[in-house]
Write a protein that binds this ligand. Structure first.
Ligand code: ADP
Ligand code: MG
Length: 425
């Protein structure tokens, strides 16, 4: 099993032509060697080239764009930001801002997180003295632009972190508006663990002859993560969850549910047994979300019941377990949820609860990640999966827009599904 060792590349930060201040900040952060995505992306980004970078969850994509951004800042005091980083969630905006602050140690760089749910006045106030790096969610950024509090005229570089999510239908109109307001000769970087081909094609519209760098081998989900599934009837899921938590005693876990109401319900029931359980989703007040995330980062919250609001980008080193209480709707969401553990070569384990009629969803995930999940069992919870119908239909499913299959077909020559794929057995 690969360890943090194998994440290291032969390259060193010293070879990269970085400033003394940056090298000192990296040493202070404990970053001894660049990860592969950093070794590959930083020199290209410093050259001013547009890059689409795909690399697995937890391999240091944030620093891969933060380092060249910080190195490229012009010392002159501008009012507007010289770099803009777009992220899908508020929690991620805060986390990315903190990474910039860490790597800008010893330099006079003003990095601000701009996101909704917090009084906009405070954020306008923060920008009054000028901003170098703005990290924000699209809605709040547009709001600030419309109020004349944020101008993109000085922007040299724009990053779309979690790019496929940002170019997804929900965010795309906002992203387009933002990009139109930025100078045309800016540099654009796109990062994600998952960049399906349709997104890659779309992304080219916003970029200038981008270089595509893919650091994910065929297996796009972390290979330091053990991944299992349980077949379980809907009404027995909660009892299975408790049995699993008792058996595993996770250091920290995220329990993903599909809906906000589902999160509330499971959290409510779980908290009776585990007082160190908390929940997070988009309907909670931002100050509650901030408090919960801070407690989770500090290790005070052990079990976090959540929607996909923390499915992407969140980096908390104590997370040992991911439990998909509800199987994710889209296979790429699976990759991101599971990627909250097993970061920087650490080990992690992920369990996915699959209802007997959800066999197709499980297969789609397995096709997407090019890997079979192992079946897990706990005594007393054995359930037989229902037939999933014509197995060849799954080949087509795998070619669907939102779930492009990795090529070549994952199931050996000819792409034929092996016997154990027929969940009916
Ligand atoms: P990704 O965006 O690829 O999921 P992150 O940027 O969130 O990954 O980084 C994951 C973790 O790795 C963070 O805790 C970060 O501090 C750490 N990290 C990043 N680069 C290095 C490095 N070169 N050496 C050691 N740790 C690093
Ligand atoms: Mg990230």
């Amino acid at each position: 099993m690969p360890t943090a060792e194998s994440l290291r590349s032969d390259a060193t930060f010293d070879q990269m032509d970085l400033s003394d201040e940056m090298l000192a900040a990296l040493a202070k952060a404990g970053y001894e060697h660049p990860t592969p995505v950093q070794a590959g992306l930083i020199p290209r980004a410093l050259d001013g080239i547009d890059v689409m970078g795909q690399a697995r969850t937890g391999t240091g994509k944030t620093a891969a764009f933060a380092i060249p951004i910080l190195e490229g800042l012009r010392g002159d005091v501008k009012r507007g930001p010289q770099a803009l980083v777009l992220v899908p969630t508020r929690e991620l905006a805060v986390q990315v801002r903190d990474e910039f602050v860490k790597l800008a140690e010893g330099q006079r760089v003003r990095s601000v997180a701009l996101y909704g749910g917090k009084p906009i006045r405070q954020q306008i106030e923060k920008m009054r003295g000028g901003v170098d790096v703005a990290i924000g969610t699209p809605g709040r950024l547009l709001d600030l632009m419309q109020r004349g509090a944020l101008s993109l005229g000085d922007v040299d570089i724009i990053v779309l972190d979690e790019a496929d999510r940002m170019l997804d239908i929900g965010f795309r109109p906002d992203i387009e508006k933002i990009l139109r307001r930025a100078p045309n000769d800016r540099q654009t970087l796109l990062l994600s663990a998952t960049i399906p081909p349709p997104v890659e094609r779309l992304a080219r519209k916003y970029m200038d002859h981008p270089e595509v760098l893919n650091f994910s081998p065929a297996e796009i989900s972390g290979d330091t993560i053990d991944q299992y599934y349980f077949t379980v009837d809907g009404e027995r899921k909660f009892d299975l969850l408790v049995a699993l938590l008792e058996r595993e005693q996770p250091k920290q876990a995220i329990i993903f549910c599909r809906t906000k109401r589902g999160v509330d319900k499971i959290h409510h029931r779980l908290q009776r047994k585990y007082p160190d359980a908390e929940c997070i989703h988009g309907d909670l007040a931002q100050r509650v979300r901030d408090r919960v995330m801070a407690a989770f980062r500090a290790g005070k919250v052990r079990l976090l019941v959540a929607t996909d609001v923390v499915g992407r980008g969140i980096d908390v080193s104590g997370i040992s377990h991911i439990i998909n209480y509800d199987i994710p709707q889209f296979c790429d969401d699976y990759v991101h949820r599971v990627g909250r553990t097993g970061r920087m070569g650490r080990e992690g384990v992920a369990y996915t609860f699959v209802a007997p009629e959800e066999g197709n969803e499980l297969t789609r995930i397995e096709v997407r990640i090019n890997r079979l999940l192992d079946r897990a069992e706990i005594a007393g919870f054995e359930t037989i999966a229902k037939p999933t119908g014509d197995p060849s239909a799954l080949d087509e499913l795998a070619d669907g827009e939102e779930a492009p299959a990795p090529k070549p077909p994952p199931f050996g020559r000819g792409g034929r599904m092996p016997r154990r794929y027929r969940r009916a057995l």
